[in-house]
Design a protein around this ligand. Structure first.
Ligand code: PLP
Length: 358
């Protein structure tokens, strides 16, 4: 008799549930931190032409020289650091975790944070430690330093700003953690376009630091491009684990063309920031709603009943993220991605109506 999955698939994989992407058909989609704006027509035509002349009969050049040159220029990446490209920064997390996956190695991160860190740690059979944040989502350095001493993690991941809370941890606290960490520290700057703060400028100071970013939240979620910047001695090792043709030629070409017009994306990010501040002010006026400070393109709110608010908003055509799933500190929290002014108006109205039903 041949074996079924229960005999072959690892127990910890069978115990997982697959990442569920909510259907957003016909909805105002404010659940995934996407940029709500399309690109201007002229730039879309330019992308079309670049794609049309790409030699897609060939494998992509993994060094992607034109794209990397553009990234270095736009993002101010110093020549002494190397750049690793990933099929989204998700793949970079996967690559880093696999690279450190000695038996017994530990992956450590704040709790709550981006959930893919624990997922990839689990896939690689590593122990994952989440260090609880304060109730206002700030990070307590002494608690973190104690966890570092106790668990001696091979790698520490820190979102800067943090997802799902939206806040930036203190620079001072993060610097203390990097200095004390016995292994690698990865600063995940997925929301850099909005927060405009970075640890990239501190790579010289810390030999155990790398910085990871993505173009997803900036308006290019569909093409899947993430990157990691660090000293060549780190990037060289990660590069061995990277699948040889991990990033598509179409992604190379489109990202290079769009980054040539970075001012367009940057202006969109500024509009989104201004909308976040405006929406935040409106949300604070709603009774029973706590709004947490955010430097990203979303805002975390606590409501009296997150599940009813989520359902009430969905019935009104607005899709957000319900985070009331048992994760500590996120009781009755929902995460609202910032959309266009019209989408935010609908979000606010749907939230107010859903609250009235609670
Ligand atoms: C969205 C997100 C990512 C994943 O980005 P992709 O490049 O789309 O894979 C990584 N880290 C954080 C903190 C995020 O919020």
């Amino acid at each position: 008799m041949s074996a079924g999955p229960e005999k072959v698939i690892r127990d910890e994989i069978r115990a997982l549930t697959a990442y569920h992407v909510q259907s957003a058909e016909g909805m105002v989609k404010l659940d995934a931190m996407e940029n709500p704006y399309r690109l201007p027509d002229g730039l879309r035509r330019e992308i079309g032409e670049a794609v049309a002349s790409a030699e897609i009969n060939r494998y992509p050049d993994p060094t992607a020289p034109a794209l990397v040159k553009r990234l270095r220029k736009v993002m101010g990446i110093a020549p002494e650091y190397d750049v690793l490209l990933g099929n989204g920064s998700d793949e970079i997390i996967h690559i880093i975790v696999q690279s450190v996956a000695r038996p017994g190695a530990v992956v450590l991160a704040p709790r709550p944070c981006f959930f893919m860190f624990s997922q990839y740690a689990q896939f690689a059979g590593l122990r994952y430690v989440g260090v609880l944040l304060n109730r206002d989502f700030t990070l307590e350095p002494s608690v973190f330093l104690r966890a570092l001493a106790e668990h001696r993690p091979a790698v520490v991941f820190i979102d800067y700003p943090n997802n799902p809370s939206g806040n930036l941890f203190s620079d001072e606290a993060i610097a203390q953690i990097i200095a004390a960490a016995p292994g690698l520290v990865v600063i995940d700057e997925a929301y850099h376009p909005f927060a405009r703060k970075t640890f990239m400028t501190r790579l010289a100071e810390f030999p155990n630091l790398v910085v990871m970013r993505t173009l997803s939240k900036l308006g290019l979620a569909g093409i899947r491009l993430g990157y990691c910047v660090g000293r060549p001695e780190w990037i060289r090792e990660f590069d061995k684990v990277r699948p040889p043709y991990n990033v598509s030629m179409l992604t190379h070409v489109v990202a290079e063309r769009v980054l040539a017009h970075y001012d367009v994306l940057d202006a969109q990010a500024r509009t989104i920031n201004a909308e976040r501040e405006r929406l935040g002010g409106e949300l604070r006026k709603l009774p029973g709603v706590t709004v947490f400070p955010s430097d990203a393109n979303f805002v975390l709110v606590r409501v009296p009943d997150a599940t009813r608010v989520f359902e009430g908003m969905r019935r009104r055509g607005v899709l957000v993220k319900n985070l009331h799933t048992g994760v500590p500190l996120l009781d009755h929290c929902v995460r609202l991605t910032i959309g266009t002014p019209e989408e935010n108006r609908r979000c606010l109205a749907a939230l107010a109506e859903a609250l009235a039903e609670c």
